[in-house]
Design a binder for this molecule. Sequence first.
Ligand code: CO
Length: 210
Amino acid sequence: MGDTKFDLLEKNRQWVKEQLELDPNYFNNLSLGQNPEYLWIGCSDSRVPANQITGTKPGDIFVHRNIANMVVHSDMNMLSVLSYAVEVLKVKHIIVCGHYGCGGVVAAMENQQLGLIDNWLRHIKDVYRFNAAELDAIKDNTERARRFVELNVIEQVGHLGKTSIVQNAWRRDQPLTLHGWAYDVKDGIIHDLGVTFTCTKDLHKVYHLD
Ligand code: CO
């Protein structure tokens, strides 16, 4: 076991060397600013790094991550990231990417008390309740957890559409598409869940903001 801090800094210097060998202007160019086309809302899980699994580079994706890729409308962190991404960076796509085997989603299916995190998991439990008929009908635990991951992503994509930030962008005719994806840690494949939102009419009318 090495000193973790030392290892990471060592790896950083090695990475810098490699980038400069490929392109001596690499960091100079990145320092000029960012113009990403994508906002990624993903899980904090260490196995689901946005750039690596999409084959993209620094500068390509603006990223927000939390436990179980939640879009909680009172979360100032998420709202600030969303506002900056949509209003300043003008990203064209927002991707909510969940992942099969998500510990947060699995914990939300169970009844064990875990501490402070129970308050966060409550948001995921709500998604279970909204979809209880479909989920309870799936007898296999693993299959039920997989479907729950998908339904949770679909719900969070809907939450994005309900924000005034996204609805105002659509009203300005700013191109902005919301996507829901699920990543499979077992094989590295990302599945598009087919919940693409491009305008307010994709939402229940009670959520329309004029
Ligand atoms: Co997760």
